[in-house]
Design a protein around this ligand. Structure first.
Ligand code: ADP
Ligand code: MG
Length: 694
């Protein structure tokens, strides 16, 4: 019998959330905190002291002995450094202490986090500051305080700060549009994000035997298993017991942390699964996704499993992505991407839609470059994930509306000529719950856009910063025009019609996997940036620099720092993979194949001495020897290439993306051939069949 858990009771029980604050803080302290959140002002020290004291008592009751500022450096993962609450009393004893200043500000030694040149080594200090919109929580005997991370000079060194900035800017511009439609109540427009997380789970014992998995998170070698995912028997299939007890445990831990874990199921590839939370405000969704990834890994270990978050752990089956569902919602809960019932609501919906279409079309490369990452190169454009070309799927109903606006033609009702914005009612646009077009990188699904290019291991911050900023830019431009208009309705009609006409090329409802789409995209003038090394340089194009600095999302230095870090990370990932390849070839693969060859050779000599034919052994030895020779040569060649890395980050990225990757692929072919030729008892690590069908 499994233990019964009371979900509503445990949900959020490890979070110092609003309800707990209201319960545990004096009313004036609670109100002061609330006021700071609403106005964005700093917490006065005496308020911080009172909150810290209440937080400490609460955390100690939950078993915490330490506290840590928790932040998201530019590496895309999280960082923490734990201090205990102890303070000596002078007589050999201690008390538990936690001050307001320790709550609001920290100073981790930041010298080992990448800064992309933002912080000279002589000024290595970095500071963390509590983001009072994010709740503290208890995990692993520590009180976690979500913070932003910045340098001595105030430059943002993390992913969270620019995300929060982009949310503010977007809210401001969206409210301007709402005012034009007569909404004078909405104070804040929130970005809602739901990130569906894909992952693999494999047995720990098998993982431990593979150097590539341990060092790089993916298999660098491995012949395809005789069976892959062709029978489609894993997707939504029954979940095996070991995995379902992992999932149960995971859900419970996430619920305790107030994370709205909702859906769990098996994914397309063997050993692949997905977790989808209920959407929340973007900053919270970003934190939650980091916690989901981290707790997945820890929880897997408890169940003797390993959770792989790499975009492509196994070559012959589908890789993992992260679908980022994105929408806008007013503070009273109205979804701005939900087509309305009245002509006025529809007109407003069409303004937001047109702004989105324009922004995505104008900043395709910005959006693309936020998912440019070594791991993601294995899936984008590989008919398992969307192509590297950005386009928007609107579905038939909405496309019909767009076309009728553009062409001034009839869309459903034969009596009518064209769609008059603000006068006509939109036809019913069904909310898509079926993932109708999985091949689209950016699909409208009824009341939100689903951005499907993100890699499974990546932070959701990057694409959301881009989406928010692009949207803020376009809404701002629209507001500039509409605020000046003397005849609002005709200005609106013209604006929406002109915008859709100018940017319709970005709308594509067809099969994104088809070869013809690549050609068509070229003829439409859309950008196709197949690999990270193609996409990364576009990140800092003048247009993008102008966009992010105009809205104060990044200073130019902050933006360029991110660019440098992306370039460096790309090179580092591939360099580690290349060195791991060489290590495995020299210490595992070649020795195994040579060992087997030697035993076959002995057998040939023995058999020949008594006149028994040994054609099989002979042929095998010949093939093995030839392949070993070829592999050894390719391994030498890869080693040499690794000695000749060009100077300069941009040049190095191209070199790693083209030269080193090609050399590794060549190596792999020979190694996988050897795996297929060699007696399994000689093979030094578990094969794809062993791992994927354990
Ligand atoms: P599917 O993508 O499988 O069709 P759903 O449409 O139910 O599934 O939702 C997928 C994800 O989108 C979930 O994480 C869900 O919470 C999120 N989502 C739903 N509505 C919104 C919204 N308005 N804004 C952002 N995310 C949303
Ligand atoms: Mg989805």
């Amino acid at each position: 019998m499994s233990q019964i858990i009371n979900v509503p009771e445990i949900f959020g029980s490890d979070v110092f959330n609003e309800a707990t604050m209201q319960q545990r803080l004096a009313p004036e302290v609670y109100n002061a905190w609330k006021n700071c959140i609403l106005t964005g002002s700093a917490l006065p020290l005496e308020i911080a002291n009172s909150i810290a004291e209440a937080m400490k008592l609460w955390a100690i009751e939950k078993g915490a002995t330490h506290y840590t500022h928790w932040f998201q450096p530019m590496t895309g993962i999280t960082a923490e450094k734990h201090d205990s609450f102890i303070a000596p009393t002078g007589d050999g004893r201690v008390i538990m202490e936690f001050s307001g200043s320790a709550l609001v500000r920290g100073e981790p030694d930041a010298s080992s986090f990448p800064s992309g040149g933002l912080r000279a080594t002589f000024e290595a200090r970095g500071y963390t500051a509590w983001d009072p919109t994010a709740f503290a929580f208890v995990k692993d005997d520590s009180l976690y305080i979500p913070t932003c991370f910045f340098s001595y000079t105030g430059a943002a060194l993390d992913k969270k700060t620019p995300l929060l900035r982009s949310m503010d800017v977007l809210s401001r511009e969206a409210v301007r549009i709402l005012r034009l439609f007569g909404d004078d109540r909405t104070q804040r427009v929130q970005v809602s994000v739901g990130a569906e997380q894909e992952y693999f789970l494999i047995p720990k014992s098998l993982y431990a035997q593979r150097l590539d998995l341990r060092l790089t998170g993916r298999t660098l070698f491995g012949a395809p298993a005789p069976k892959g995912q062709e029978l489609d028997d894993h997707y939504f299939g029954t979940i095996r017991t070991r995995v379902s007890s992992f999932m149960k445990d995971l859900d419970e831990q996430l619920w305790r942390l107030g994370i709205l874990s909702k859906t769990k199921h098996n994914e397309a590839a063997p050993c692949q699964h997905e977790l989808a939370p209920i959407y929340s405000e973007a900053g919270n969704a970003c934190d939650s996704n980091q916690l989901i990834m981290e707790i997945m890994k820890k929880c897997a270990a408890k169940h003797n499993l390993v959770c792989l978050l790499h975009e492509k752990p196994f070559a012959s089956v589908a890789g993992s992505g992260k679908h980022n569902n994105w929408s806008l919602c007013t503070d009273s809960g109205r979804n701005l991407f939900k087509p309305g019932k009245t002509p006025r609501q529809n007109a407003q919906f069409l303004v937001f839609l047109a702004a989105f279409i324009k922004g995505v079309d104008e900043y395709q490369d910005f959006l693309r470059s936020t998912v440019a990452y070594a791991g993601n190169d294995h899936r984008l454009g590989m008919t398992e994930a969307p192509p590297a070309i950005i386009s928007i799927f609107l579905g038939d109903e909405l496309t019909a509306v767009v076309n009728s606006i553009i062409n001034g033609t009839n869309y459903t009702d034969p009596e009518k000529n064209y769609m008059r914005i603000g006068v006509d009612v939109l036809p019913a646009i069904p909310q898509d719950t079926t993932d109708r077009n999985r091949t689209s990188p950016l699909a409208f699904t009824g009341n939100k856009f689903e951005f499907r290019m993100l890699g499974s291991s990546q932070s959701v911050a990057g694409p959301n910063i881009a989406l928010n900023t692009i949207m803020a830019e376009e809404l701002g431009k629209f507001a500039d025009i509409l605020e000046q208009a003397t005849d609002f309705d005709s200005a609106l009609q013209k604006l929406v019609c002109d915008t859709l006409t100018a940017h319709q090329r970005i709308i594509f409802n067809g099969n994104g996997y088809a070869e013809e789409w690549k050609q068509e995209a070229v003829s439409r003038g859309l950008s196709n940036l197949p690999s990270a090394s193609d996409a990364l340089p576009t990140y800092i194009s003048d247009k993008n620099v102008a966009l992010v600095t105009k809205h104060g999302i990044y200073s130019e230095a902050e933006f360029r720092a991110r660019y440098e870090i992306h370039l460096q990370s790309y090179c580092k990932v591939i360099r580690i993979e290349a060195h791991t390849c060489i290590d495995m070839v020299m210490h595992q693969i070649l020795p195994a194949a040579l060992h087997y060859s030697r035993d076959l050779t002995k057998s040939i000599i023995d058999k020949s001495s008594i006149g028994v034919p040994c054609r099989t052994e002979q042929q095998l030895v010949e093939k093995l020897s030839a392949t070993c020779d070829s592999l050894y040569e390719k391994c030498q060649a890869l080693s040499e290439k690794l000695q000749n890395i060009p100077e300069g980050n941009e040049q190095a990225v191209t070199y790693f993306g083209e030269v080193i990757t090609a050399a590794m692929n060549a190596l792999r072919q020979d190694a996988d051939t050897l795996e297929q030729l060699t007696d399994k008892s000689y093979w030094p690590y578990p094969t794809y069949s062993d791992i994927l069908f354990y």
